[in-house]
Design a protein around this ligand. Structure first.
Ligand code: UDP
Ligand code: MG
Length: 311
């Protein structure tokens, strides 16, 4: 088969009801470019029959290339596998639930033809999202922007086009806890955005429950900053500073005959406060040490049970 100009990557975890529509809309959009394209569908350990649906599409249409994981490895890893298997000159990452409208790809391609190497999609509006998701997402983007060392544009997800050059560089970054949108900014190159309205899910429920959102946010922060470690140090300085300031105050008060600060309560509060600060700092340290341990093991990022030829 001829090497495609465009690769579309769709990570799939239990999206059986969206798959036919996803395939249809992507085909329509991509056919209109008159360039050869491929759709890399990564099955991230689905249990709802999505795996068979993807296999079937691959059997019927040469342009669909199924990559089937041995188990669930998570969204960011699934996209990484997609980047590894994609062969196009430009690669587009898109969610399988059609929250990212495939039509926006045409705007991205236009920017790519102008010479941009990373074209990210900026969410100008969101539809059908709970206020909680909107609030936490908005908070997340702003927090990440403040504390990390890379300036990740606000309100951008993984929906983006990457030039082959960028895909190759990112392919060399094999870190385990991946925050792809940070990595794709970190590499540099000519970047720009296109605005879009984030749609509601076509079918099914979010595969990012609160627990996964927390893990994702922790990965994002620890991958791109030492801020939590610095916080631990600042907390240490602050509590040490307070205790030093309090000593002369207490002495002066005793000399003046005051009975304040006597007794167990004040001692207990001070001990518990310090104990808390120490445990939190230890926990933060543990997060980083655990990540180091994961990297040291150097296991493969994912395991495929079925995959197309890489070339
Ligand atoms: N996804 C995945 N593996 C996972 C979780 C999610 O491949 O462990 C896929 C999912 O099928 C979807 C995309 O990642 O195509 C984004 O997930 P979702 O729509 O649930 O996230 P949300 O849009 O709610 O943030
Ligand atoms: Mg979604």
């Amino acid at each position: 088969m001829m090497k495609p100009t465009f690769s579309i990557i769709a990570p799939i975890f239990n999206e059986i009801d969206s798959i036919p529509e996803l395939y249809k809309r992507i085909s329509e959009v991509m056919n209109s470019t008159n360039d050869p394209w491929e759709l890399v569908m990564i099955d991230d350990g689905s249990t709802d029959g999505s795996t068979d649906a993807i296999r079937q599409l691959g059997a019927n249409d040469q342009r669909v290339r199924p990559v089937i994981f041995a188990r669930n490895f998570g969204h960011q890893i699934a996209v990484t596998a997609g980047l590894d298997y994609a062969r196009g000159d430009a690669v587009v990452i898109i969610d399988a639930d059609l929250q990212d409208p495939p039509e926006v790809i045409l705007d991205m391609i236009a920017k790519w033809r102008e010479g941009f190497e990373v074209v990210y999609a900026v969410r100008s509006e969101r539809e059908g999202e709970t206020w909680f998701k909107e609030f936490t997402a908005s908070l997340f983007y702003r927090l990440i922007y403040r504390i990390t060392d890379v300036d990740i544009p606000l309100d951008t997800g993984d929906f983006r086009l990457l030039d082959r050059k960028v895909v190759d560089v990112m392919g060399q970054m094999r870190e385990r806890h991946r925050f792809l949108r940070g990595m794709s900014v970190w590499v540099g190159f000519k970047q720009t955005g296109v605005e879009y309205k984030r749609a509601a899910r076509f079918a099914g429920e979010t595969k990012y429950p609160f627990r996964k959102m927390i893990k994702f946010a922790t990965d994002a922060i620890t991958s791109f900053s030492y801020f939590p470690l610095q916080m631990a140090m600042y907390l240490g300085f602050i509590s040490a500073g307070i205790s030093i300031l309090v000593i002369p105050v207490v002495i002066a008060m005793r000399l003046a005959g005051s009975q304040a600060f006597f007794g167990q309560a004040s001692t207990l509060i001070a001990v518990l406060f310090l104990g808390g600060v120490q445990l939190i700092s230890l926990g933060i340290l543990g997060e980083y040490v655990g990540r180091l341990y994961d990297e040291a093991k150097a296991r493969p990022l994912y395991i495929v049970s079925e995959a197309p030829d890489q070339e």
